[in-house]
Ligand binder design. Structure first.
Ligand code: G3P
Ligand code: MG
Length: 230
């Protein structure tokens, strides 16, 4: 059977505060193949955080996009960790595993492509160590226009299920469906389009086994040891 790729969802977020450097480090230690992080652009800097508001994961308040970079960087994102920049995540990973950058905020495509180009041109990374994904198809289109060598993946949830026309038109690498959308028909359609299938978010061995039988390529999990440790 082919190797099932393990994507550490927001880092090893089942063990450490999500989207922090300690979650990234832990994911690498646990043997993840990829780290997935969510990003917003603030004052030209990509910050790693999932929600558009600060309350759930930090000691701050308000919307991420309405705060200054200095304020955001002063916050505690759990266990004394700061909200990391994407650059810090790249440094921490140091080419040991791949990085899936999920564009969450507006206007994230340009800074993400710029940073990936920098790490590819100057620091020895290769394009196949990155995947840029998003629910936001406009951001994905921009990535492809700026640099067709960067692999892109469309995130598919319950609201926006239809992606096939978009995938065909924009030369996507992968589709990232929510777990409950995945069945044999979904797999067949994605295969016809030549897409890799990476499923989120799966935290039980039973569900991982079901998806592996279906033939998916990778799984996002908060507990990388469930896949990497087998
Ligand atoms: O990219 C897969 C997954 O991370 C998408 O959902 O909300 O956890 O970012 P979310
Ligand atoms: Mg995500």
């Amino acid at each position: 059977m082919k190797k099932l790729l393990c994507f550490a969802h927001r880092g090893a977020s089942g063990h450490e505060p999500e989207n922090t450097l300690s979650a990234v480090k832990r994911a690498v230690e646990l043997g993840a193949d990829w780290i997935e992080v969510d990003v917003y652009a603030v004052e030209g800097e990509l910050l790693v955080i999932h929600d558009d508001r600060l309350e759930r994961t930090t000691n701050g308040t308000g919307y991420v996009m309405e705060r200054t970079l200095a304020y955001l960087r002063s916050l505690d994102a759990g266990k004394g960790q700061r909200i990391p920049t994407l650059r810090e995540v790249f440094e921490c990973v140091d080419r040991r595993v791949g990085v899936n950058v999920e564009l969450k905020g507006p206007d994230t495509a340009y800074p993400a492509v710029t940073l990936i180009n920098e790490y590819t041109c100057d620091y020895g990374w290769s394009y196949n160590q990155f995947i840029v994904s998003s629910f936001n198809r406009r951001q994905l289109r921009r990535v492809k226009i700026m640099n067709p060598d960067i692999r892109t993946g469309v995130v598919v949830d319950g609201i926006r299920r239809r992606y096939t026309r978009f995938a065909r038109k924009h030369g996507l690498f992968s589709v990232h469906p929510r777990v409950d959308l995945v069945d044999a028909k979904f797999i067949q359609r994605a295969r016809e389009l030549g897409l890799k299938i990476f499923v989120f978010t799966v935290n039980t061995s039973q569900e991982i086994a079901r998806l592996e039988r279906l033939g998916v390529d990778g799984i996002f999990t908060d507990f990388p040891e469930l896949i990497a440790g087998r």
